[in-house]
Write a protein that binds this ligand. Structure first.
Ligand code: C5P
Length: 401
């Protein structure tokens, strides 16, 4: 058996004639050793019955938010965490539109919106619907956000018209998944330590100094690397986001805690990626009681330097370790990024410029340039942070040979 063995695949089926192909797709995936959880839209059930699909997948088919039998909640959140990949086949124009615009009016769409794993979309529709600007714009948007579009074929459609819109055959969809999962085991046996998120430095029990980092980029890297076979220790500052279950997460609050937690695992690492936005200073005194406004007309905060985690650990990096840093610069930044790479002992540095609209803190997208000690420079387009994580992962593994 190949790379799909034991993979958890969520198969989303929407209402198209091509839904009959989902039965064959399920059979092929199960034959490859994958576990298939089917989620079907109400319209999908008009085209193929859940009984056929549950028999083929050996699992109950999910369609409603609550089970009709006993009222238990079908947790789209749990399915999102369980999955190694989601495939939406067939994806109708309506489902594609709802995916692009966050319309969560059925179980397939809530599952999609909660999905942590990569999503593959196999459109199926009439040629004019496929060519319509709404559809092409929606598919572009989904691709930009890191979803994989499995292009439909040209041929005879259910309408008997000839054109592009025939869903890719089940064998073709399986081949796409196999290629995806086989290219993704290039980190097998590698141990990676990642720092991510902001740090919070307490002023008193209710106030802190922090920054706008969400941790999104570092978490996207952690998710990507575990998917590609790495063991990842993620040292994560205060972030509302949740990495996939396979990532080993150590939650910390302050820069000093982040340094200690990173020091504890750094010797085990083949690769370290310093993606955290560490607060450079912390208050010298952490007040134990909330500072009362009535007692002060002005408040002087004395700040002391926080440890530079990357520089501290970079100084004692072993030659067999590969360290990568980030530089977020508000002006041109290339020289500054290169200076930081030298100063902190990085093998490579990822520069994201605050000047690029859509890049940096809080955005779903990022635009990066990567430099390394050998003098190579790779500049990438504006992409989803998941797609940027794939680029960074490929850059690093290539340098490691
Ligand atoms: O000096 P600057 O903060 O721009 O450097 C950015 C790089 O150094 C990032 O990789 C960041 O994670 C790391 N860094 C760190 N500890 C600090 C400050 C920055 O690890 N205190």
């Amino acid at each position: 058996m190949g790379v799909l063995r034991d993979k958890h695949i969520v198969l989303g089926i929407s209402g198209s004639i091509a839904a009959y192909k989902a039965a064959v797709l399920t059979r092929l995936l199960v034959r490859q050793g994958a576990e298939v959880q089917i989620v079907i839209t109400p319209a999908g059930k008009e085209f193929i019955t859940p009984i056929t699909l549950s028999a083929l997948s050996s699992r109950p088919v999910i369609s409603e938010f609550f089970s009709g039998q006993d009222g238990t909640w079908n947790s789209h959140v749990d399915i999102g965490l369980w999955a190694d990949a989601m495939v939406i086949a067939p994806a109708t124009a309506s489902t594609i539109g709802k995916m692009a615009h966050g319309v969560a009016d059925n179980m397939l769409l809530t599952t999609y919106l909660s999905m942590k794993a990569p999503v593959f979309v196999a459109p199926a529709m009439d040629l004019d619907m496929f060519a319509h600007p709404s559809t092409t714009d929606n598919l572009d948007l989904l691709a930009q956000r890191g979803n994989f579009i499995i292009e439909p074929q040209s041929g005879e459609l259910a309408s008997h018209l000839i054109g592009k819109g025939r869903m890719e055959e089940p064998e073709g969809i399986v081949a796409v998944l196999e290629e995806f999962f086989s290219s993704t085991l290039d980190y097998e046996g590698k141990r990676v330590v990642i720092t991510a998120g902001p740090t919070h430095e307490a002023i008193d029990p209710v106030r802190f100094i922090g920054n706008h980092s969400t941790g999104r980029m570092g978490i996207a890297l952690a998710d990507e690397l575990v998917r590609r076979g790495a063991h990842v220790d993620l040292i994560l500052g205060p972030s509302a986001l949740k990495p996939s279950d396979a990532v080993h997460v150590e939650r910390v609050t302050t820069a000093e805690e982040m340094l200690r937690a990173t020091e504890a695992v750094i010797d085990t690492a083949d690769i370290a990626i310093f993606a955290a936005a560490v607060a450079d200073y912390r208050p010298r005194i952490k007040h134990t009681e909330k500072i009362k406004r009535e007692h002060e007309t002005e408040l002087d905060l004395e700040l002391v330097r926080n440890p530079d985690i990357a520089a501290t650990l970079g100084a004692r990096k072993r030659p067999d370790q590969f360290f990568v840093g980030f530089a977020l610069e508000s002006n041109a930044g290339v020289d500054e990024a290169k200076r930081k790479m030298q100063a902190k002992g990085f093998n490579a540095i990822v520069l994201n410029s605050l000047q690029d609209s859509g890049a940096g803190f809080g955005h779903e997208t990022n635009k990066v340039t990567i430099f390394d000690q050998e003098g190579s420079i790779e500049a990438y387009e504006l992409k989803s942070k998941d797609a940027v994580a794939r680029d960074i992962a490929s850059f690093i593994i290539k340098r490691l040979g």
